[in-house]
Write a protein that binds this ligand. Structure first.
Ligand SMILES: Nc1ncnc2c1ncn2[C@@H]1O[C@H](COP(=O)(O)OP(=O)(O)OP(=O)(O)O)[C@@H](O)[C@H]1O
Length: 605
């Protein structure tokens, strides 16, 4: 065994790395309903069994869902029978905690999760019926690796593996014929697709089957297909839940509809969405489901929310104007409930640095006028666009907080560490073996493949890893993790201690000092988990961003956020970088819009 070095004691800390404040102010459902406007109250308390609430940005969709949950519980529905479905883990947690804050123990058992995570719970909750017991969920990087291997066997000059993978995923989510989607998106003829691309897809599916892998789209497809084929499964779900509440309905895709459709006759669907806010088009989201709701679900009722509480009328006028340019019949003119006046301003700059300096000048102006740094929200389309502004903040020693960093489980050093844990959980996991073995010095691709093949052969014959055939640091790490595999935080600590010297060397020129604290975050996320596979699966399905884990800053700080992560954020001053329409598709000269009290996401979508 390796001796535990002093340097690795850093992983033994039990100090909290931040997290939600659990103190709960409690109020009553009635007072919440009283605080709603008429449109919201009618929508939240409807007797209709199938409902769509069409609502613009900032009109209180989240509030209405929270009020709906509370109203149902107060009316006698068991919280366990209610399932809210959202598109991010963060919004699921927000809905659940707001209802719990309101009703206390009366709300215990309320379910709120993302679509994918709900489907995985269904699959794991009745494994004998669905099948897939012991199958491993793989993340997009593993998917890409398999696609690259499959693609590598084909003719040169074909589209990159990532394009083929995205195209396949789109066809599955949009439930369109793959060949037609590939013809439209990959720039190849039908014959070329059939000859070169279809075999790649077949290979990919075969590798998944042999390794017993489930990818992100399989999670929905398994449930969707089996629900269509079996009335019994729909009945089983219908008995478990009486109410499904679906947030961000506009981002629902046909694959998700395949899951919902057989349930319509068995439970109440309450859908809330804004056709102007769809952000998952790349994943096949089809907001036509909002336009055709009453055709899809005859007898359903539609309610509208039009009063905007977040922005001033000057901002909404631009937003309404922009939406009127859309070819879609968007018939909700947003009306501001705020009385103060403010007109957004557009400024254009020739250089990124000038724009960055100007934005921070404006932030400083607001502070000089008595406001806080956190009253300023800077929005960027992608995190790299924020670099110039971050630099200016650093130069001027202005604290900032960035939302929308990298997905923790997708970062290389975390994947390295998890590869060891994955092997212990499923020793047949070939992708994990290759990654893990190649972390060690003097083990290249060829020796890693040889060692892995030996291990897989040994496993098939003896159902166990042959530790004696592995170099000692490789074997020691695995056997130590195995001893702690039922207490995942401990398994992570042991893995981090063993791998620290190896990873420190591998990442010597790649910010190791900034990377290793992520292992502590990982450990705190794993708290209470007793299965490595279950832990990894949960965060592959609902990714967690590095910046979500550091807790609220104690000091006042400017907020910088990607637009994706800004949903629901509010601030007195919002600055949108790269505000020209084209820059949302490609790089343009930098412009900055400064506007007072505009919504994070919706303004320039
Ligand atoms: N009836 C109301 N009275 C006062 N404030 C309200 C009311 N309804 C909503 N708000 C406020 O409006 C803001 C937006 O509400 P909420 O986040 O629920 O809207 P949303 O429609 O989900 O927004 P988006 O989808 O654009 O993020 C919040 O600050 C909320 O407190």
């Amino acid at each position: 065994m390796q001796e535990r070095s002093k340097a690795t004691d850093k992983y033994r800390t039990t100090a909290s790395l931040g997290g939600a404040d659990k103190s709960k102010p409690v109020s009553a459902t009635v007072s919440l309903l009283n605080s709603l406007n008429e449109q919201q109250r009618v929508a939240a308390t409807t007797e209709s069994r199938q409902t769509l609430v069409r609502a613009g940005a900032g009109t209180g969709k989240t509030l209405t869902i929270v009020a709906r949950c509370a109203h149902l519980i107060e009316s006698g529905v068991q919280p366990q029978q209610i399932q809210a479905l959202t598109f991010t883990r963060k919004s699921a947690a927000e809905i659940k905690s707001r209802v719990e804050n309101l009703l206390g123990v009366q709300a215990a058992g309320l379910n709120a999760s993302t679509f994918h995570s709900w489907c995985m719970t269904l699959i794991r909750g009745n494994e004998d019926t669905w099948g897939y017991k012991g199958w491993t969920v793989i993340d997009p990087e593993d998917q890409l690796t398999i696609f690259k291997i499959a693609r590598g066997r084909c003719e040169p000059g074909l589209p990159p593996a990532a394009s083929i993978m995205n195209c396949y995923s789109f066809a599955r989510n949009a439930q369109q014929r793959f060949i037609q989607v590939a013809v439209d998106r990959l720039g190849l003829t039908r014959d070329q697709i059939e000859e070169f691309i279809v075999p790649v897809i077949r290979d990919y599916e075969e590798v998944k089957r042999l390794n017993r892998y489930i990818d992100y789209d399989d999670v929905l497809a398994i449930v969707g297909m089996q629900l269509q084929a079996s009335d019994k499964l729909a009945e089983w779900i219908g008995k478990m839940y009486s109410h499904l509440l679906i947030d961000e309905m506009q981002d629902t895709n046909p694959l998700q509809w395949q899951i919902l459709r057989p349930l319509v006759s068995r439970l109440s669907l309450y859908c809330v969405g804004d056709d102007a806010q769809s952000i998952y088009g790349f994943r096949g989201a089809d907001f036509a489901s909002i336009y055709n709701f009453q055709d899809i679900i005859p007898g359903s009722k539609i309610y509208k929310l039009t009063d905007n509480y977040r922005s001033t009328q000057g901002i909404l006028d631009i937003s309404n104007w922009l939406l009127r340019q859309s070819p879609l019949s968007y018939d909700k003119d947003l009306v501001a409930q705020r009385s103060e006046e403010s007109t957004p301003a557009l400024e254009t700059f020739g250089a990124e640095q000038t724009a960055a300096n100007r934005v921070i000048d404006l932030v400083e102006e607001t502070v000089n006028e008595g406001e806080k740094l956190k009253d300023n929200l800077i929005l960027v389309r992608a995190s790299y666009i924020a670099r110039a502004v971050e630099q200016v903040c650093l130069q001027r020693e202005i604290p900032y907080r960035f939302y929308g960093g990298y997905k923790l489980l997708e970062s290389a050093h975390i994947r390295d560490l998890l590869s060891a844990l994955r092997i212990v959980a499923n020793p047949l996991d070939q992708l994990a073996w290759l990654r893990y073995l190649m972390l060690f010095p003097k083990i290249g691709e060829v020796s890693a493949k040889r060692l892995m093949d030996e291990q897989i052969a040994h496993l098939r014959a003896h159902s166990d890893i042959d530790y004696s055939a592995l170099p000692s640091p490789v074997a020691d790490t695995l056997s130590d993790i195995r001893q702690h595999q039922n207490v995942v935080p401990e398994a992570i600590t042991v893995a981090a201690e063993h791998l620290d010297p190896v990873l420190e060397k591998n990442y010597r020129n790649q910010n190791w000092d900034r990377r290793w604290p992520d292992f502590l975050h990982l450990k705190s996320l794993a708290h209470g988990h007793t299965s490595v596979a279950g832990f990894v699966e949960q965060y592959i399905i609902d990714p967690v961003f590095s910046t979500e884990l550091t807790g609220e800053p104690s000091e006042d700080a400017v907020i910088i956020s990607t637009i994706h992560s800004s949903k629901g954020m509010e601030a007195n001053h919002v600055y949108l970088l790269h505000a020209s329409p084209a820059s949302f598709q490609r790089h343009e000269p930098l412009t900055a819009t400064r506007s007072k009290k505009i919504a994070g996401y919706s303004m320039l979508r």
